[in-house]
Design a protein around this ligand. Structure first.
Ligand code: SRM
Ligand code: SF4
Length: 593
């Protein structure tokens, strides 16, 4: 195996600009320190790339940009998105309260729970970046490696079933692996966590367990000086509960357990969703079953896979740099052999168990220790106060009054844990007093839907997502009720571009932004997350989405077998079969209208 620091980032091809920037950056420092204080509203190109590894994206509000365009070149109002790592989505009430406060005091007054159980803030100005990072650190969390070419926030089933040691053990493994794969660079501490008054390199009070600045070194023993060729994502799940969507991850650990004991983990590799439609070489992929490891080998196998990706991933073309392409290029057997070489021993074959359940944990459940947890559906993960809908204030009240444990789910929602039986009524009272529905009062359709951020902040968005999905669900709800499908659970996932941040390509109904106001519809994935869907219709105007989806649901209602799920039905009938039936139904209903 190559020494981490002697790796040639692209042995045979010209390294991409990002690789050049990383190589010259002295472990992600680059020009960030000087540009941070240069008085400009933003950073230069090189720093913008490096900053991602520090957990922040330079953005601008695309709407403000448009509005101020009066024929002249409009000025971009630069601000920053900051993502905070939350392994397994596990927080305390105080930590979530502090995150909400930070959004109010330094951000745009909202926070966003992400599809990977993390927290995003938007609208932070450059002058406040350092103060923001310090507050995140004091809040025992970090933004280091929330974005960038490194291991990202590791996902874990968040349900706190106390009688079940398996979930506890799994979360401990997640924390251990997060610590193991955390970057060691000192740049983060030097740039963001220096003493605000003296400028001396001292540790700001607090700091998360995953990060130990005292142990930070100039070297990156796992990543090397150019880190990974691309982002790298890991999730842990249970066969009976794949709520973290492990098949969509670069690396998945499926926890194999018997009678409350973890036997080990099936290791899955090479999942990923993002595609570039204009580049045929790109594709979404489900992770492949690679082998089985005992619990004590989790960090070692993860490190081996990360290092194979480090050494063999494509560093000249970022479009094909994810692990799924490395595996595609090498072939699965050759990839497995290389991983075994780095791991130092052969991998056992996978345990036959696979995912067979999925629970979003929304609603009221016993924890198994006399306490309860409550899953609150947060629509598209956005915590805000708008008009009479005051979710942010309601959350503040719940967090202060009940001081529950908190978990963020991979469906952008929240669990309040360790509750007393009497808290159920109290939570409902608080939500109602702030114009927020309880989870029991929202439709199954809304509960299983999610949308990515998209406009106005995401620079890659070609269409709306978060801001239009609620309206689409509003218009679908009565149709679903008319068809008698109100209790059927199926995933509706929308994104503002094909990068697929809400994982649309393994959902029952995927709606992917194609161009302004138009979408591609995908059908035939499934709740379990272990099947990709297929393109159903392309370039569908937003105004037509509701009736197009209603027609699909009518077809499902008319022709499904027994309790077949929507995704399974569409997969069996085939997108063409569904299209023919649905188009006839649409023509008929238009004729009658
Ligand atoms: Fe994502 C890029 C938001 C989960 C695939 N993603 C982005 C950026 C940073 C846009 C950018 O590069 O300028 C978005 C920030 C928008 C904004 O204004 O906030 C963004 N991604 C998100 C979040 C916040 C969506 C959400 O609604 O929750 C999710 C944050 C997760 C986290 O906490 O770490 C988010 N992104 C995902 C997922 C789902 C997942 O990981 O389970 C995917 C698909 C899985 C995958 O990685 O393949 C995903 N995001 C992408 C891609 C395509 C990557 C690819 O391999 O092609 C990009 C673009 C890129 O990397 O070039 C991207
Ligand atoms: Fe932005 Fe596209 Fe991701 Fe949505 S899917 S957040 S539009 S990159």
């Amino acid at each position: 195996m190559a020494d981490a620091d002697s790796i040639d980032p692209a042995p045979s091809a010209k390294p991409s600009a990002v690789e050049v920037a990383k190589a010259a950056s002295n472990y992600l420092k680059g020009d960030i320190p000087s540009e941070l204080v240069d008085g400009n509203p933003g950073f230069g190109k090189g720093s913008v790339q490096l900053l991602k590894n520090h957990g922040t994206y330079q953005q601008d509000d695309r709407e403000t940009r448009k509005k101020s365009a009066d024929g002249k070149k409009s000025e971009r109002q630069i601000s920053f998105m900051i993502r905070t790592v939350v392994p397994g989505g596990k927080l305390t009430a105080d930590q979530l309260l502090a995150a909400i406060d930070m959004g109010d005091e330094l951000g745009n007054g909202t926070i966003r729970l992400t599809t990977r159980q993390a927290i995003q803030h938007h609208g932070v100005v450059k002058g406040d970046l350092k103060a923001f990072m310090q507050r995140v650190h004091t809040n025992q969390l970090t933004t280091l490696a929330a974005c960038g070419d490194v291991e990202r926030n590791i996902m874990c089933c968040p349900a706190p079933i106390k009688g079940d040691p398996v979930r506890d053990e799994m979360q401990k493994k997640v924390d251990e692996l997060a610590r193991h794969l955390a970057p060691r660079t000192r740049a983060y501490y030097e740039i963001w966590l220096t003493d605000p008054d003296t400028g001396e390199k001292s540790r700001v009070a607090g700091g998360p367990e995953t990060i130990d600045p005292a142990g930070a070194a100039e070297e990156e023993p796992i990543y090397g000086r150019t880190y990974l060729p691309r982002k790298f994502k890991t999730a842990f799940a249970l066969p009976e509960d794949n709520c973290t969507d492990i098949y969509a991850n670069d690396l998945g650990f499926l926890t194999i357990h018997e009678h409350g004991t973890i036997l080990g983990y099936n290791v899955l590799a090479g999942g990923g969703m993002g595609v570039t439609p204009s580049a045929a070489k790109t594709f979404p992929a489900l992770a492949k079953r690679l082998g089985f490891v005992p619990p004590e080998d989790v960090c070692a196998i993860a490190e081996a896979i990360v290092k194979v990706q480090r050494d063999f991933g494509n560093r000249s073309d970022r479009k094909t740099a994810r692990l799924k392409y490395t595996i595609h290029t090498m072939g699965l057997d050759a990839f497995r052999a290389k991983v075994e070489e780095y791991f130092g021993k052969p991998l056992a074959p996978c345990h036959p168990d696979d995912v067979h359940g999925f629970d979003d944990h929304i609603g009221w459940y016993p924890q198994g220790d006399g306490r309860f947890f409550y899953g609150l559906n947060v629509e598209n993960g956005r915590v805000h106060d708008t008009g009479t809908f005051r979710l942010k204030t309601a959350l503040r009240r719940i967090l202060r009054d009940l001081a529950p444990g908190v978990r963020i789910t991979a469906h952008q929602s929240l669990l309040f844990t360790d509750l007393a039986v009497t808290d159920r009524e109290r939570i409902a009272e608080i939500l109602h007093a702030h114009g927020v529905k309880t989870s029991e009062e929202i439709s199954t359709l809304r509960r299983w839907s999610m949308a990515c951020v998209a406009l106005p902040t995401c620079s890659l968005a070609v269409a709306e997502s978060e801001r239009v999905l609620p309206g689409l669900i509003d218009s679908l709800e009565p149709e679903v009720a008319k068809l008698g499908l109100s209790n059927d659970a199926f995933t509706v996932r929308m994104t503002g571009c094909p990068n697929a941040c809400a994982r649309p390509y393994n959902s029952d109904i995927g709606i992917v932004g194609r161009t302004a106001g138009k979408y591609t519809i995908f059908l035939g994935g499934r709740l379990l997350g272990n099947r990709l869907n297929e393109q159903y219709k392309d370039v569908v105007p937003f105004e037509d989405l509701s009736q197009e989806i209603t027609a699909v649901l009518a077809c499902y209602k008319a022709e499904r077998h027994g309790d077949e799920t929507l995704g399974d039905f569409c997969h069996r009938k085939g997108v063409e079969g569904v299209r023919t039936w649905a188009d006839q139904w649409l023509a008929g209903s238009r004729g009658h209208g």
